[in-house]
Design a protein around this ligand. Structure first.
Ligand SMILES: [Ca+2]
Length: 354
């Protein structure tokens, strides 16, 4: 269940009052609720129960005061609270009647300042959450980050680990690894790629930041897509790989090369305008490597100046290593005769799946 979808659904739903059921309680003659009126209307009396009908159509309305006839009109006041919640505000008023509703919002089920709307859904209410919260009762905290200009990702921490919701299609991604290209934690030769040990679990709940982490999702989470992100400075670029597997571990841990074909430009888009690769080899996928001491990538593309894939001196990827700079474990390294010059670019890498 994706909250973004719910919000859109709700907005279209509210506009035509779909599915709102309001149950009125007994009429109290000679009384009115003071201090909670959100709409003060004068309605023609020739339609049946005009004030009750208006209340159903106003999603925040949970009680009404109906005033005396003024010719062929009546006074109708809609309130967003009721006499159960505020008994002290229910006061005598000549010629008025007060009618409340069965108000499922009266015990404040919506947390974190969420707005409760009475009369919706089977449970009788629905919570409209502020931008920082989501969940049925706005119980889950959200953090927003902006990445680049074209993509916004909403991420939220669950009791499990961080999940991410992309705005462009409301799909949910599960975090696997965050790695720092400056550190050797996730270098190509690190045992973290081949074992089922976690690394810094608390880092799995801090969002797309600079903390490294490896979560059990590495070997437990089946998927059909992988989302790769590289953050350089304040800018993060993402690409998506369509690939089915029982886990990322199953694609990497045995060291076997597994090919994918995104093309050089797609890999370079992770880095941006500065990306550089040698022209040959272009071996891309999982466990891409030539000679063991040359450029290699657990996930990525490697390039060479010679017309083979042996003495590779350039790469873009995650879990990288080898010449000409094995200290860079995520990002872009390009030695001589690359198409955009020599590059030694370290990135913060994010790996998610769905
Ligand atoms: Ca070479």
């Amino acid at each position: 269940m994706y909250i973004l979808f719910n919000e859109q659904f709700l907005l279209s739903c509210l506009s035509d009052v779909c599915g709102r059921h309001v149950k009125y309680t007994a009429v109290i003659k000679g009384y009115a609720l003071y201090g909670h009126v959100i709409q003060n209307l004068t309605l023609p009396v020739d339609i049946q129960d005009p004030c009750r009908t208006q209340c159903v159509m106003e999603s925040r309305c949970v009680a009404i005061n109906i005033g005396p006839h003024l010719g062929d009109h009546i006074i109708c006041e809609l309130s967003d609270s009721d006499g159960t919640e505020y008994p002290q505000d229910l006061k005598p008023r000549n010629d008025f009647i007060y009618i409340g509703t069965e108000n499922r919002c009266s015990n404040n089920p919506c947390l974190n300042n969420g707005t409760c709307l009475n009369g919706y859904t089977k449970k009788g209410y629905i919570c409209l959450c502020g931008s920082l919260y989501s969940g049925e009762h706005c119980e889950t905290g959200n953090t927003y980050i902006n990445v680049g200009y074209t993509r916004n990702i909403r991420l939220f921490s669950t009791v499990e680990y961080t999940k991410f919701i992309s705005f462009w299609n409301s799909s949910e991604w599960t975090l696997i690894i965050k790695m720092d290209g400056n550190k050797d934690t996730f270098s190509y030769d690190s045992i973290l790629w081949t074992n089922k040990d976690t690394f810094n679990l608390p880092g799995g709940k801090t969002g797309l930041d600079t903390q490294e982490t490896k979560l059990p999702t590495y070997w437990e989470k089946p998927f059909s897509k992988i989302c790769l992100g590289m953050r350089i400075g304040s800018h993060t670029n993402f690409i998506v790989i369509h690939m089915e597997a029982t886990s990322l571990y199953s694609l990497i841990a045995d060291g076997q090369y597994r090919a994918i074909s995104l093309g050089r430009d797609k890999w370079k888009s992770l880095i941006g305008a500065n990306a550089s690769l040698q022209l040959n080899c272009n071996k891309e996928g999982f466990n891409s490597q030539g000679y063991p001491h040359n450029s290699k990538a657990r996930i990525g593309i490697i390039g060479n100046d010679q017309s083979d894939c042996r003495s590779t001196d350039s790469r873009i990827g995650f879990g990288t290593g080898g010449n000409p700079d094995k200290s860079i474990t995520c990002g872009n390294v390009a030695g001589y005769t690359a198409d955009n010059g020599r590059r030694y670019i370290k990135a913060m890498g994010y790996i998610m799946v769905q």
